[in-house]
Ligand binder design. Structure first.
Ligand code: DX5
Ligand code: ZN
Length: 224
């Protein structure tokens, strides 16, 4: 599975978050997003412990894998992602994103994701200072900036994420790693524009995009 190159300047890749899809018609919704021009799919995995909600596991990721050729990013909102990364990669995830606030050893888990052949993603919640990522920036392919407290779709965008995006873009520019910057939570056409201006490479959108009448138009508004 091919991964993403950096997007053209001032533009972004778009990752629909399947959390907002209609799970009775997942094939239809994935097809709509694919035809609409999605660049990858974002899969929210929640354990009911790291976040106060439950979603789905590797079995559904495997089903999604059979429905699309798009790259899949598994966003693991799990207290112990280290116990599951192999199963998500086996199920077909191209990237696995873990949280810096989890209870696993971050370096070891990122190394394991890479060893198993997937892209290594690291995410941080709104209250976590971006400085905490610094020791790991050379070990990741993707940083996922959360602009809501994870757990639920449809929340309001926290603009403090914009400074984090800028700080990450500056760190990368200064030679501190080679990663894509992704942003997740409360993204619509307006907040996406602010994220792109701050330096985001990947825009994740759930509620806004899935409620947009025309996915192609929605995706192109997010892409810039
Ligand atoms: C939140 C998830 C998000 C969510 C985004 O816990 O990580 O990916 O699906 O949904 P919206 O775009 O509705 O905020
Ligand atoms: Zn997510």
């Amino acid at each position: 599975m091919s991964w993403l190159s950096p997007p053209a300047e001032h533009r972004a890749h778009v990752a629909p978050s399947l959390l907002a899809a209609d799970f009775t018609a997942l094939d239809r919704d994935i097809a709509r997003m694919t035809i609409g021009g999605a660049d990858l799919l974002h899969l929210d995995i929640m354990d009911g412990h790291f976040v106060p909600n439950l979603t789905f596991g590797p079995h559904i990721v495997q089903a999604v894998r059979r429905l699309t050729d798009l790259p899949l990013d598994a966003h693991l909102m799990l207290t112990r992602p280290d116990l599951y990364v192999d199963r998500f990669i086996q199920a077909g995830a191209d990237a696995v994103t873990i949280h810096i606030e989890c209870e696993a050893d971050i370096s070891d888990t990122l190394a394991e994701i890479g060893r198993l052949g997937a892209r290594r993603g690291l995410s941080l919640n709104p209250p976590t200072p971006v400085e905490e990522l610094r020791p790991y920036l050379r070990q990741v392919d993707l940083v996922l900036v959360m602009t809501v407290m994870p757990g639920f779709g449809g929340q309001e965008f926290d603009p403090s994420g914009l400074d984090k995006i800028r700080a990450l873009a500056a760190a990368r520019e200064a030679g501190g790693g080679d990663f894509l910057i992704s942003v997740d939570g409360g993204i619509n056409d307006r907040t996406a524009a602010s994220c792109r201006a701050a330096g985001a490479d990947i825009i994740v959108s759930g509620s806004w995009l899935f409620h947009h009448a025309d996915p192609q138009e929605g995706i192109s508004l997010l892409r810039g």
